[in-house]
Design a protein around this ligand. Structure first.
Ligand code: SN0
Length: 293
């Protein structure tokens, strides 16, 4: 898909993707739309964050401000779409509910066409496929050392990117994965079992070929993000411990909180190439889902 993005430009003629965004998005929205266009598809995107309130609970007396149930909405959208993409965030207050990923699975249950996650409460698979592509393009050796490091952030963010990254790197089994984070930021073990995990960030950076930085809020003290000092920021001094390591971040990134300008602006940063790769990852997934239909 990357070598020749328009190779399948006729493939999607007459096929439509409907993309639903319950949260703002820059890369996921534009790269998925571009992926669909590269395949010759039509795209209809709904910014559902404001004004459009769907009911996702079953057996509910619908007297609140939610005008439509997911059961009808999913079937209706399926009349117009050959594939549906959906972007949702977790509540970060109710862990059990977030980890059921109910909104995504309710849509899958009631839709009659394939559904693609454009980041759900607990996973961001199109991001992770992109991560694997970027790492495979830049890996300097067999089984490179890949480090997923927690980094500071002023807000309480989902664990989705980190969960998926760990899940995909371990399943891919082509890299050695180390995860490093401060005490209290342990991820759900179902995603990280098999990785080396350490609270010593500098030790983790030693000999690393890739530094993948991301903030996530606590899984155990669910949704909280108490560590607000900048000790875990990715700096040039820390990158100097690596094996000429490349810096990766999924973006958006808070400069001089998550990562120092000197790293993000350096030749070691793959952040922009990574954003470019989002298109080809989405294209591969859309093609795979639709060509078997
Ligand atoms: C999202 C997240 O899941 O962490 C999207 C990452 C792909 N990140 C943010 O929303 C950052 C928002 C901010 O205020 O910096």
């Amino acid at each position: 898909m990357k070598a020749n993005p328009l190779q399948y430009a006729d493939f999607g003629k007459g096929k439509t993707a409907v993309l639903l965004f319950f949260n703002p998005s820059l890369r996921t929205r534009l790269s998925t739309e571009k992926a669909a266009y590269n395949l010759g598809m039509s795209v209809m995107t709904m910014n559902a964050a404001q004004g459009w309130k769907l009911e996702f609970e079953d057996n509910v007396v619908m007297k609140s401000d939610k005008a439509e149930h997911i059961r009808e909405a999913a079937q209706v959208i399926s009349q117009y779409a050959d594939v549906i993409g959906i972007r949702t965030f977790p509540s970060l207050t109710d862990r059990a509910k977030d980890y059921e990923d109910a909104i995504l699975y309710k849509l899958i249950k009631y839709a009659t066409v394939p559904v693609v996650s454009l980041e759900s409460a607990i996973r961001h698979p199109l991001q992770s496929l992109t991560d694997a592509l970027t790492i495979s393009e830049h890996q300097p050796r067999y089984r490179p050392k890949v480090v997923l490091t927690w980094a500071p952030h002023p807000r309480n963010l989902p664990q989705a990117v980190a969960n998926s990254f760990a899940e995909w790197m371990l399943a891919w089994d082509a890299v050695d994965l180390t995860i490093t984070h401060p005490k209290g930021y342990e991820l759900y073990k179902g995603f990280t079992a098999g990785a080396s995990i350490t609270h010593d960030q500098k030790a983790a950076f030693e000999g690393a070929d890739f530094i993948y930085a991301k903030n996530w809020s606590s899984y155990h003290d669910y949704g909280k993000n108490p560590k607000q000092d900048l000790d875990w920021m990715i700096t040039g001094d820390k990158m100097a411990l690596t094996n000429a390591g490349k810096f990766i971040h999924c973006l958006p990134v808070r400069r001089n909180v998550v990562v120092a300008d000197e790293v993000l602006n350096s030749a070691a940063s793959l952040a922009i190439e990574q954003a470019n790769n989002r298109t080809y990852a989405a294209q591969a997934v859309l093609y795979e889902l639709l060509h078997s239909k």
